[in-house]
Each structure stands twice: as structure tokens, then as C-alpha cells.
Design a protein around this ligand. Structure first.
Ligand SMILES: C[S@@+](CC[C@H](N)C(=O)[O-])C[C@H]1O[C@@H](n2cnc3c(N)ncnc32)[C@H](O)[C@@H]1O
Length: 533
């Protein structure tokens, strides 16, 4: 057995809390690697200059994995066990140099953290499900390797508590995107039901089938009947009811963007998101004027993370949220410690939106930072020209679009046609998609909507209202085609319109065909038409 094998085999007998590998043998390959326990396994996160890779290793493979890292990839390692910190260096001649010191941090935490009373979840009253998911041991103490996670979920709930205390609503619908083993989801359920005394429906969502099965089994075991877990991609989820709150703790990379985008398009009132691994930006960021920020792998990675979250905050502001970016937790408990906290507001005006959009655009241009959340928001917000004037098309589910649709519908169906069914607000407006066309002053000149029908794959488009002076530009078909695209994205297969008879030719040109008998509504002859998509 070599010196290295002997040393690592001794260390891996102990309880390893974390490790970091550095000083690569070869340039242009891995730049660093970290190790942390993940349940029964250990996760290695290796970084090249532009990407991160994850590998989970069983306890019995740990020794060989560390030896191979120190033989092939890195000259240096710092390995933390509960009692000691081991510093290891491989000299240029291959000699193994090592030292050991007491791990005073863990001792300090150890003596404190099992008695901490100042967390919102008091250990003496912590829900037993925390034992099942491996946060608390049978002795009622926090398991050492889970201490950081415990800190994080308590802190997260404290942020939720800040708003719940001030919000008088009695019932909350909450979605936890990328819930993983659901430490946060369970603790949030406990907080809502036992501490805040609210009625709550929580959905935890993750891609991992087995983890979701286990979480559902635990929800049943503890009679948490308004907590359920779904195995599904965040992209594909459509909630049955509008969520009051969307939470996401360390949802990887663009999973955070889909979580934020969903929260926006369902108009969730509160969003709490602690993002992680902002690879998307790191993979594409470049700049002529600020190239220094992108020259060194480590700085580029950190800058990309900050820039991504700065953009996410601004996209949310553009979408009508008031946003704070806060330190989530001390860096010693997680380097992923930025919290994006957002609250839906109706206060944003068009001038402010334009200003935000301009700032986003110039940042995006400077850093080549066309990011997922931005594309999702702005694919539904396009500028175009008609009659030598600039207009923008906005598609979404926002209260702003609803407000503007009601104004335009009132002008067209109400004042012009005296057609109440067209102008008035109905319950479908609460869940509808809207398309609106805005002139350069930000005034809505045309609007339309798409609603959900009972058949899951069917949609009804309609309430196309275009102000009189703007009827020559084809705005009706611009809006319809934007809404049809959304329907396709949501996997709808059939679209319906209740057309006014005078507009039948317009719909036929767009591929719609009569699909039912004509009828009269408030003296207007209507004909149902449909088309497959
Ligand atoms: C780093 S873990 C965080 C888990 C948990 N929130 C926590 O803090 O312990 C990220 C989780 O997001 C999930 N995830 C990533 N992309 C997803 C997607 N598109 N849809 C659903 N879940 C996703 C992963 O499966 C993983 O469990």
C-alpha cells in the first residue's frame, strides 16, 4: 500500500464533512473539486473553467475516488472530518506531505447547534419527519453533516414567516420547485400548519422519481394530507389553483428560471428563491469593455452567478414584482447564499417598465447575457413595426394585461357595439392568457385572450378588441398567432373561437372552420369555429 493509499484509507474511516481539492496537475482541465456528504452517498462537484459536473459515490468507493483525484487531477486537498482537518500536498516528485489540525469549527457548532433555541423551528418541537429525512438523529440532535441544511431551511422559513405574519390571508397554496429530499417542503408545511396556524396546500415538485415516492410515503405516514409531491419537470407543471407563494431552494441552473417564470405567469403573490449553479451565463458570458471579468475562470463563475441573479431580479421587476436581493445565510453554511424575494405589485407603470427593459437590454448586449428567464419573459414581449410606427406585443397572465384588456374591450365592445358579454369581466379572466398590443406611449390599442376549456387539450380564443384607429394593421392575427403559440407550448390540440358572423372570413383565412350552429348573443350573430394545432 502506498503512503497516499494508507493515509486516505485512514481518513475515510472517519466521518468526512467536506473536502476541497485544488492545484490541478494539468492546466485547461478541472480547476477544482469539492466533496460533501449527500444522504448515504458523497457528492463530488468538479469544475472546469466553464462547467460543473456532479458524481455521487458510495461510501465504499470514497477512498479510491479520493486517491484517484490526488493521483490524476489535483496536488492539494483539505479534508474536514468532525474532529480533524487534514491538509494534503503531493510534491512535484510525487511525495505525500500532510498535516492535521483540530477542527475547531465543528466543535464549536457541535456544542451549540444541538441546543440552539433561536431558530424558528425549535429542536424540542421539531417535526419527527426530520428524523426520517436524516436531519435529526434518534437522539433528537441535528446530525452533524446536516447542520448546514438545517440552518438553511430554518432561515428560509424565517423569511417566509416575515411575510406570513403580516399577511392576513388564512389559506396558502405553495409550490416548492426542485424540492429534492424536501427538507424545506416538510419544514414549511410544519411551520404553516403548526406555527403560523394557516390552512395550507403545498406541492413539492422534482424530477427524481424515487425521492418523490419516498416523500409522498412520508406525507402519508405523518397524515400531512394537504402536502403532495409530484415527479415532473418544472416546465411542464400547471397548478390547479393559483399559487400564493412559490419557493425554490437551490433549484439547479435554469430550473430556477422556470420556477420564477411560472410564478410570474401564474401571478403568485410571493416568490422566494435561492438560486444555485448559474451555468447558463457562465457558458456564454463575454464582454469587450469588461473582459477582465471574464478572463479568470473563478472570477467569471462568480461574476456570472451575480449577473444572472441581478438579471433575474430585474426581469421580475419588469413583470410587476417588487424585488429584494438579500443575503440568505452566512457563507460558512452555504456559498449559495443569495435570496431573491419578490412580491407581486400592481404599482408598476409603463414608463418604469420601459426603463427597466432598457437597462436589461444594455446589460444583455454588453455581456451576451441572453438568459432563459429573459427569453421566457420577452418571447412574450416583442417589438414590431406597423404603418411606420413601433408597437409592442405582450403576452402573459399579468394583472396589467387584464386591466388593459378590460379598458380596450370596454371601448370596443362596450361603447362602440353595446355588446356587454364582450366587454364585461368574467371568471375566466382570472386564469386567461392575454395578448396586448401597445403603442410607443405604452397605451394598449388591441387586446385578446385565451381561456382553458374543460377538455384539457382545448382552448377558446376570443374577445379580440382593436381600437378603431388601429384596425388596418392586422393586429387581430398578430395576437391570435401569439396565443396559438402559447396553446401549442401547453400541448393544446384544438382551438375554438366564437366568431362574430361579420368576422368569419378573417378566421377562415387563419385556418379556422365552422364547427357548430350559429346563434345570437345580444343581437349579434355568432358562429363557432375551430382549428386543430
Ligand atoms: C440542489 S437540489 C436542491 C433540493 C432541495 N430544494 C434542497 O434545498 O435540499 C436541486 C433539485 O432540483 C431538481 N431539479 C433540477 N431541475 C429540475 C426540473 N427541471 N424540474 C424539477 N426539478 C428539477 C433536482 O432533481 C434536485 O433535486
Amino acid at each position: 500500500m502506498t503512503d497516499l493509499q494508507k493515509l486516505i484509507s485512514e481518513i475515510t474511516q472517519l466521518n468526512i464533512i467536506k473536502a476541497a481539492f485544488s492545484v490541478p496537475y494539468k492546466k485547461d482541465e478541472l480547476v477544482k473539486c469539492t466533496l460533501r456528504p449527500m444522504g448515504e452517498k458523497y457528492q463530488f462537484e468538479s469544475f472546469t473553467k466553464t462547467q460543473a459536473f456532479h458524481e455521487n459515490v458510495e461510501k465504499n468507493g470514497l477512498c479510491n475516488k479520493i486517491i484517484s483525484l490526488l493521483t490524476d487531477s489535483f496536488r492539494q486537498a483539505e479534508i474536514f472530518t468532525e474532529e480533524y482537518v487534514y491538509g494534503i500536498k503531493i510534491s512535484s516528485k510525487g511525495k505525500v506531505l500532510h498535516n492535521r489540525r483540530r477542527n475547531t469549527d465543528v466543535k464549536k457548532e457541535d456544542s451549540n447547534h444541538n441546543r440552539e433555541k433561536n431558530h424558528i423551528i425549535d429542536l424540542d418541537n421539531a417535526p419527527p419527519v426530520l428524523c426520517d429525512i436524516g436531519v435529526i438523529g434518534k437522539d433528537g440532535k441535528i446530525i452533524n453533516s446536516r447542520y448546514d441544511k438545517y440552518k438553511q431551511i430554518c432561515r428560509f422559513v424565517e423569511f417566509i414567516d416575515d411575510v406570513v405574519k403580516k399577511d392576513p390571508r388564512e389559506e396558502y397554496n405553495i409550490i416548492d420547485f426542485g424540492c429534492g429530499k424536501s427538507y424545506l417542503t416538510f419544514i414549511c408545511y410544519h411551520y404553516m400548519t403548526e406555527i403560523a396556524n394557516k390552512k395550507v396546500n403545498i406541492v413539492g415538485l422534482d424530477l427524481k422519481k424515487k425521492v418523490i415516492e419516498d416523500c409522498n410515503a412520508l406525507a402519508i405516514k405523518y397524515g400531512y394530507d394537504s402536502l403532495k409531491f409530484l415527479c415532473m419537470d418544472i416546465k411542464d407543471y400547471n397548478p390547479e389553483v393559483r399559487p400564493d407563494m412559490v419557493i425554490a431552494l437551490h433549484a439547479c441552473d435554469v430550473a430556477t428560471d422556470y420556477a420564477l417564470y411560472n410564478a410570474y405567469r401564474w401571478q403568485a403573490d410571493y416568490i422566494f428563491s435561492v438560486p444555485c449553479c448559474q451555468h447558463e451565463m457562465n457558458g456564454k458570458v463575454k464582454s469587450d469593455d469588461f473582459s477582465l471579468l471574464c478572463d479568470y475562470g473563478l472570477l467569471k463563475e462568480r461574476f456570472s452567478a451575480l449577473a444572472t441573479d441581478a438579471l433575474r431580479g430585474k426581469y421580475l421587476e419588469f413583470c410587476g414584482y417588487s424585488v429584494d436581493v438579500l443575503e440568505f445565510i452566512d457563507i460558512e453554511h452555504s456559498p449559495k447564499n443569495v435570496l431573491i424575494r419578490a412580491k407581486r405589485t400592481t404599482k408598476i407603470n409603463d414608463k418604469k417598465r420601459k426603463l427597466i427593459k432598457d437597462r436589461i437590454d444594455s446589460f444583455t448586449k454588453e455581456f451576451n447575457a441572453n438568459l432563459c428567464f429573459g427569453s421566457l419573459v420577452f418571447q412574450n414581449c416583442k417589438e414590431f413595426e406597423a404603418g411606420n410606427e413601433k408597437y409592442s406585443l405582450v403576452v402573459g397572465k399579468s394583472s396589467m394585461l387584464l386591466k388593459d384588456a378590460l379598458t380596450v374591450r370596454n371601448a370596443v365592445f362596450g361603447n362602440e357595439q353595446n355588446y356587454k358579454a364582450g366587454s364585461s369581466r368574467d371568471k375566466d379572466d382570472d386564469t386567461a392568457w392575454f395578448a396586448g398590443i401597445y403603442d410607443k406611449e405604452g397605451r394598449a390599442v388591441a387586446t385578446s385572450r385565451m381561456i382553458y376549456l374543460e377538455e384539457k387539450n382545448e382552448r377558446l380564443l376570443g374577445k379580440i378588441a382593436v381600437l378603431a384607429d388601429y384596425r388596418k394593421f392586422g393586429f387581430g392575427s398578430v395576437m391570435l398567432s401569439a396565443l396559438e403559440n402559447i396553446a401549442k407550448e401547453e400541448n393544446a390540440t384544438k382551438l375554438f373561437v366564437n366568431a362574430q358572423k361579420g368576422a368569419l372570413g378573417f378566421y377562415e383565412k387563419l385556418g379556422y372552420e365552422k364547427c357548430g350552429n350559429s346563434y345570437t348573443e345580444e343581437d349579434i350573430e355568432m358562429i363557432p369555429v375551430s382549428k386543430e394545432v
